[in-house]
Ligand binder design. Sequence first.
Ligand code: 4NP
Length: 171
Amino acid sequence: MSSATPYKVLCVCLGNICRSPTAEVILRHYCDVHQLNVLVDSAGTSNYHPNKAPDPRSQHHAQKRGYDLSALRARQIQLNDFVEFDLILAMDEQNLLDIQALLQRALVEFGHAQVRAQIALMSEHDPYYPQHALPDPYYGGEDGFERVLDQCESSSLAWVNVLKLHMQQRS
Ligand code: 4NP
């Protein structure tokens, strides 16, 4: 199912070098497989790593499953993203709180008529990791990066089912 205007999703974590770039590429992959007209991007709540490529460990583990993260570059979420995107997905509860605070600022800046982003957890509809945070792998070992991939695959498939229905209703 596709329509002329893409539905736009922004995946958000803290640094935009581990979890959200992984989520971006995997969600895009499943949307493409299911022929959904969805545009996916990612950002960080922090500006710790502006314009940096994803963490080499994230790239390495993703590559083993066939996902290429190498072209992505980190950026910080902006107030304008609440105008540009239909859905903003937080990787963990702290990201969610930070995004909700930014949403309030975006509403002041742009007004309710302009701000269209819905906010949810990446794991919102995931039957295997229901509303589970994606654990931050940055300071941990290899299993943390594999866990991020497992959860991103599972949560992305769940979102594809939700988005399919949503886009059918839109068309
Ligand atoms: P991410 O992981 O939020 O999944 O990209 C992190 C990356 C960098 C840092 C923390 C978490 N850091 O503190 O630099």
